[in-house]
Design a protein around this ligand. Structure first.
Ligand code: C5P
Length: 218
């Protein structure tokens, strides 16, 4: 398993993070949340008054923030210029900014390069939108997770301690629309990916399925 790369892509709120962390723990692998990287860059842009809808402005700063991703699945971290921003990147402001920022090619080019550096050593579960299609098409196992919008919104709202499931669902669907429609690396199911619809599955059931696929003889 030491060289295994598991690529997990899917829509917002399909359960990717909890699933990937649990799979990595079960298999003794590292874990990389690429969404956290896009979120951290977006948070930096907001902090520095960059207009996230202006491609030129975002491009000019694409390489400025110093990012570091901790890959322990029990305690994943993301630091920006040396400061842990794991909590800050989950704000509503970042939820709204991250998909526009993620459409900018310079941002994607930079983060894909960082991601490939981390994945290169192998032994890792990586979650995102374009891992199986663009970042690491050679991954031995590719999984595509989806779930009904209402199930996704209910989970996300519960995580965030929010009662406004309708607003959460709108925010998720809006991100899906931008993520699926963008020109560079749109959210799409990669060739050879296994599709798992998690709507009616528990976290443990999804984890068992993926661990089974990862450890099945080739
Ligand atoms: O996974 P998460 O919901 O935290 O991702 C936040 C946003 O980051 C996504 O909606 C998408 O716009 C962007 N993203 C991306 N490519 C990835 C991971 C995330 O564009 N590989």
């Amino acid at each position: 398993l030491s060289s295994l790369v598991v690529a997990v892509d899917g829509t917002s709120g399909s359960g990717k993070s909890s699933t990937c962390r649990a799979v990595a723990e079960r298999l003794g692998l590292r874990y990389l949340d690429t969404g956290a990287m896009y979120r951290a860059v977006s948070w930096w842009m907001l902090q520095h008054d960059v207009d996230v809808d202006e491609v030129d402005e975002v491009t000019a700063h694409a390489h400025t923030p110093q990012l570091e991703s901790g890959t322990d699945p029990r305690r994943p971290t993301i630091t920006l210029d040396g400061v842990d921003v794991s909590v800050e990147i989950r704000s509503d402001a970042v939820n709204a900014a991250v998909s526009p920022v993620s459409t900018v090619p310079a941002v994607r080019a930079r983060l894909v390069e960082l991601q490939r550096d981390i994945i290169g050593a192998g032994g890792i579960v990586v979650e995102g939108r374009d891992i199986g299609s663009v970042v690491w098409p050679a991954a031995r196992l590719k999984v595509f997770l989806t779930a009904d919008p209402s199930a996704r919104a209910a989970r996300r709202a519960a995580e965030a301690g929010s009662t406004d499931v309708t607003a959460t669902q709108e925010s998720l669907l809006n991100r899906d629309r931008i993520d699926s429609g963008r020109a560079v690396a749109p959210l799409t199911m990669a060739d050879g990916a296994v599709h798992i619809d998690t709507t009616d599955l528990s976290l443990d059931e999804v984890v068992d399925l993926i661990v089974g696929l990862a450890t099945a003889p080739a």
